[in-house]
Design a protein around this ligand. Structure first.
Ligand SMILES: [Zn+2]
Length: 350
């Protein structure tokens, strides 16, 4: 067990180690000592893209980057020889016998409205294609976004009473350390079969406190009309990200499959075409594994992406339904860190 202080310390230490490591890799990659590590390029994951705005309690800070950082990152990658590729064109790109350079592929998860306002102009300036993964339940405002609800609710209360699955417990949420500890506990509790029920209980708590969970979605996420307009832009593409944004690994097989099928149908009603690509919600090894990869493979998708970190290698052609991605992290917004990650060196020994 870790107490709240230990959790906060670990969070800080981990960040310092990663940052130090990226600085070292950045220097190392400039020496060209491991040219094979970068493989055939990288798929990047973004979430929010918006101007910097300081908040004390900001559990989504790692999921938020600025348009300036995106701009600098693309410039850096181009300088390093990366070629912009649309996600659904990746299999053909990887299959070429002679690579014109490593690929850079951009993806944005969850369909935030700021993607249109702040990321689209940057992609258009550079002529870089991008794929936005959308969840039907967010588009239709039938499902809340638990991490946005939790940020607002935990941010405003001094104690938090909640049933994580074993009866209601009350924890203090007066200090930032306590707030982060409760947020982490909620995050951990959601990786189970009861995740929908836990989100419903969170929504009920939020409403009692005067917060409208689907109102947050309405404020933050693009609706059908905006997505239709967005998808009509030449560089923009939509990909499936289920309906309820649930951890698929904890669902019964039928529900898991219908989350994927219905989300493809929902996108087809927006764009007129079935999506070619899919991103597993949460996307790590605890949220998607061989069962989920196989389910997507059996449908009409061309490929699917995880959040497991790594660059692209030729062997990825063998398993296009478990592609790795690199998250552009709001804590490390330096273009030399993106160059360091794209060098593949951080993933070469894992
Ligand atoms: Zn997502």
């Amino acid at each position: 067990m870790y107490g709240p202080n230990t959790i906060a310390t670990r969070r800080m230490v981990k960040r310092a180690v990663i940052q130090g490591g990226l600085e070292a890799v950045s220097l190392l990659s400039r020496t060209g000592i491991m040219p094979g590590a970068r493989g055939m390029g990288a798929i990047f994951t973004l979430h929010h893209v918006r101007p910097a705005h300081h908040k004390d309690f900001n559990p989504a800070a790692h999921l938020t980057i600025t348009p300036e950082f995106l701009d600098e990152s693309i410039t850096r990658l181009k300088d390093d020889g990366h070629i912009p590729v649309a996600l659904h064109d990746l299999p053909e790109f990887l299959a070429q016998p002679e690579q014109p350079g490593p690929a850079m592929v951009f993806t944005l998860d969850d369909g935030y409205r700021d993607n249109n306002e702040h990321a689209r102009p940057v992609f258009e300036k550079h002529g870089v294609p991008y794929t936005i993964f959308i969840s039907g339940g967010f588009v239709d405002r039938t499902h809340s976004i638990w991490w946005e609800t939790a940020e607002q609710l935990i941010g405003m209360v001094d104690e938090f009473s909640f049933d994580y699955g074993k009866g209601e417990i009350t924890l203090p949420t007066r200090t930032l350390i306590e707030k982060y500890a409760v947020f982490d506990q909620l995050h951990k509790a959601l990786a189970c079969a009861e995740q929908s029920a836990i989100v419903s209980r969170l929504d009920a708590k939020a409403r009692q406190a005067g917060i409208c969970p689907t109102g947050i979605v309405d404020r933050e996420v693009m609706d059908e009309n905006e997505l239709r307009e967005m998808a009509a832009k030449p560089l923009a593409h939509l990909g499936a990200h289920t309906i309820g944004h649930l951890n698929l690994a904890h669902l019964e097989p039928d529900q898991m499959r219908s989350e994927i099928v219905l989300s493809a149908e929902r996108i087809a009603r927006i764009t007129g075409e079935a999506p070619l690509t899919m991103a597993y919600p949460y996307g790590d090894r605890c949220a998607a594994g061989p069962r989920e990869y196989q389910a997507v493979r059996e449908l009409d998708f061309k490929l699917a992406v995880t959040t497991n970190p790594g660059v692209l290698h030729r062997e990825n052609l063998q398993d296009l339904f478990a592609l790795h991605r690199i998250s552009l992290n709001g804590y490390y917004q330096k273009s030399r860190y993106v160059g360091a990650l794209a060098s593949g060196i951080p993933f070469a020994f894992t």
